[in-house]
Ligand binder design. Structure first.
Ligand code: OGA
Ligand code: NI
Length: 260
């Protein structure tokens, strides 16, 4: 056993510390401000994608459109729960995303997955699991466990998204906001830490291929509806996003058509 080289995992640290390690403490101006969080103003919409191809298709499409415009987020309830969850989830999520906008099913696309782990934290008001950001990709499908933490900005206030068992969260990313010329919103969201429990969430990010040219959809643009964004490739966007660093909330503004 090479004890000297053994590194503490974050989860080991979590069981012993009584206060947040100083490198995790956020400056006062950039803390979760938990008293400002909305206690109740409804929740993000629950949409039943299972019946998308049934007789209520038009109604479901309308619900999706409204959710994408107003919240940038919605939840989808999984009806069946499989004997083989990982592959089922993979296929389910893949199928779900391909059924969503035609823009995705018709384009080459990429995807990557993350696993976010936040240990219990004695002082959740001093730090974040993930600070406020928008997702740079096209669309994100998130599986969260039963520990609350995700919050979505609505009308200038943070709205907690309480976990509902067997439910996926779907949110619009920056590329979808561009394609829709700002009709659909890539909404700021963040994840808080919890003082009693660890929290795990698994986002799957669906992306255009790097060489895909992204621009507001032609059908949405005419003399009265000008494009708010320049054309760019996803590779250019992604590079700007990472160059800007994770401290920034997003980088859509760098691709706006200048009005000057
Ligand atoms: C993300 C994200 C939210 C969460 O990974 O981009 O927003 O609840 N995650 O972990
Ligand atoms: Ni995100």
């Amino acid at each position: 056993m090479a004890a000297a080289t053994t590194k503490l995992l974050l989860s080991d640290l979590a069981s012993t510390v009584k206060s947040v390690p100083s490198n995790y403490i956020r400056p006062i101006s950039d803390r979760p401000n938990l008293t400002e969080v909305q206690i109740s103003d409804g929740s993000i919409p629950l949409v039943d994608l299972q019946v998308l191809n049934g007789p209520s298709r038009l109604d479901i499409i309308k619900q999706i459109g409204q959710a994408c415009q107003h919240d940038g987020f919605f939840q989808d309830y999984m009806h069946e729960w499989p004997s083989n969850p990982p592959s089922f989830r993979y296929n389910y999520v893949r199928g779900l995303v391909l059924r969503l906008p035609e823009a995705i099913s018709e384009s080459k696309h990429g995807q990557h997955m993350a696993l976010n782990y936040c240990p219990p934290c004695p002082q959740p008001d001093l730090t974040y699991g993930l600070p406020g950001h928008t997702d740079p990709n096209l669309i994100t499908v998130l599986l969260q466990d039963d520990v609350p933490g995700l919050q979505v900005l609505r009308n200038g206030k943070w709205l907690p998204v309480s976990p509902i068992p067997n439910t996926f969260i779907v949110n619009i990313g920056d590329q979808m906001q561009v394609l829709s010329n700002d009709l659909y919103k890539s909404v700021l969201h963040r994840a808080l830490v919890n003082c009693d429990k660890e929290r795990i969430s698994i986002p799957r990010f669906y992306c255009p291929s790097p060489d895909a040219v992204i621009a507001p959809a032609k059908d949405l643009i005419d003399e009265r509806h000008l494009a708010f964004y320049k054309n760019f490739t996803y590779a250019e966007y992604y590079q700007k996003f990472w160059n800007r660093g994770l401290a920034a909330e997003g980088c859509l503004d760098l691709f706006e058509v200048s009005t000057a």
